[in-house]
Design a protein around this ligand. Structure first.
Ligand code: SF4
Ligand code: SF4
Length: 387
């Protein structure tokens, strides 16, 4: 669902100059090297749906020389925040930072769509979100198709395993908001993998949403407040681990003096020599989320870990661009999200694999509603093959 058209926007005067946004946008030299890497440009083939086009619009509005337009704001809404444009930019444009600032200015001009506001409100309240996810598991199949949420049912909860008999170290694991219900098995799997190396997993109380979805949707104040709530929850811990690359990007950026937070896959990679594996003897497909490629960059660690499993026939899906999940984009723009997902699903169908691995919960939920194949976190698979 696109952002609500606001009739008042048509007559909006140019905004006052925003020096910070202009300075960020000014770094763009308009070379266009980012265009072929942008999933929305690949989908629409128009300048307005490219990083360069969005930067030009953001800059013109931020300078006060252009009144914001509905069309310009809609192209901004379509941005996936995947940041694939960043690593390929020779001028070092901080597109992610620019997008968060531009979306905040946009949200001040007109409120996001009600569905987005409702989703952001729920994500900031994990206990209530968890009860709704439980309700969906219980009655979702009985709902008419039009009322069913675009989410697969959450799996039953899995108990955490016993800690290792001799503990060498402890790590705190970030639970997340919607992942609280969807990833209990993955957290238990991570605890078993770490226990094999003598490391205890703690799940500190008082955790919640990392704030990434709020910042992505144009509410950096709420995003910052939610992310800042985590240093206390992780305080006193030597190290924090995240199961999702988007969380790690969000928490690592905003923590202040708290435990270092890193991707659990990178930590497991360093422990790889201490772990023993059972053979797999089957073909498994690997999807690499945008946040893993462009933000956390743990894809090499993941490949090394999976290569350790004897007999595994791993097929890495070709990079067809963002799968369309992109935080709340899959809720806000379901038709565009499905169009972006289609080449991923086609590559999956042609791969001959019997299951799909992806480290990002948003990607997994979005991909799982388009295939009957099991879609799991790579840690689920690794824990299953621990000898
Ligand atoms: S963040 Fe992704 S969708 Fe947005 S402009 Fe960059 S590459 Fe395109
Ligand atoms: S690659 Fe960088 S400098 Fe070139 S158009 Fe894209 S954002 Fe601008």
């Amino acid at each position: 669902m696109p952002a609500l058209p606001d009739p008042a926007l048509r007559a909006a005067p140019p905004a006052p100059a925003d020096a910070a946004l202009v300075a960020l946008a000014d770094r763009c030299v308009q070379c266009g090297l980012c265009l072929p890497h942008c999933p929305t440009y690949r989908l629409d083939q128009t300048e307005a749906e490219s990083p360069r086009g969005r930067i030009a619009y953001i800059k013109a509005v931020a300078q006060g020389g252009l009144a914001p337009t509905l069309a310009g704001d809609l192209h901004l809404d379509h941005c996936l925040g995947c940041r694939r444009c960043e690593p390929v930019c020779p001028a070092g444009v901080s597109y992610g930072e620019l997008l968060v600032g531009a979306r905040a200015a946009q949200a001040a001009r007109h409120a996001p769509a009600p569905a987005l506001r409702a989703a952001g409100w729920l994500l900031a309240r994990p206990p209530l979100l968890g009860r709704l996810v439980d309700l969906q598991r219980a009655v979702g199949a009985w709902l008419p198709a039009a009322l069913r949420p675009r989410l697969p049912p959450a799996p039953p909860a899995v108990e955490m395993p016993a800690p290792p008999a001799v503990a060498k170290a402890e790590v705190a694991v970030f639970v997340g908001c919607i992942a609280d219900r969807y990833e209990s098995g993955t957290r238990a799997g991570l605890a078993r993998l770490l226990a094999a190396a003598g490391i205890v997993v703690a799940l500190p109380e008082g955790q919640g949403c990392c704030g990434a979805a709020a910042a992505h949707a144009g509410d950096p104040a709420t995003g910052g407040r939610l992310a800042a709530a985590h240093p206390p929850a992780l305080a006193g811990r030597a190290r924090g681990l995240c199961l999702g690359p988007r969380w790690q990007g969000s928490l690592a950026r905003r923590r202040a003096g708290a435990a270092p937070v890193e991707d659990a896959l990178a930590a497991l990679d360093r422990l790889g020599d201490q772990l023993r594996w059972r053979p797999a003897h089957r073909r498994v497909a690997l999807h690499l989320p945008c946040t893993q490629r462009s933000v956390v960059r743990s894809e090499s660690a993941l490949r090394r870990l999976l290569q350790r499993i004897p007999g595994l026939d791993l097929v890495e899906l070709p990079d067809t661009g963002c799968c369309g999940a992109a935080g709340l984009h899959q809720l806000a723009e379901p038709a565009r999200a499905d169009a972006l997902r289609a080449p991923v699903l086609q590559a999956l169908a042609e791969s001959g694999a019997t299951e799909l691995l992806s480290a990002n919960i948003g990607c997994r939920l979005h991909l799982a509603t388009g295939t009957i194949m099991p879609v799991r976190h790579p840690i689920d698979f690794l824990a299953e093959h621990l000898a």
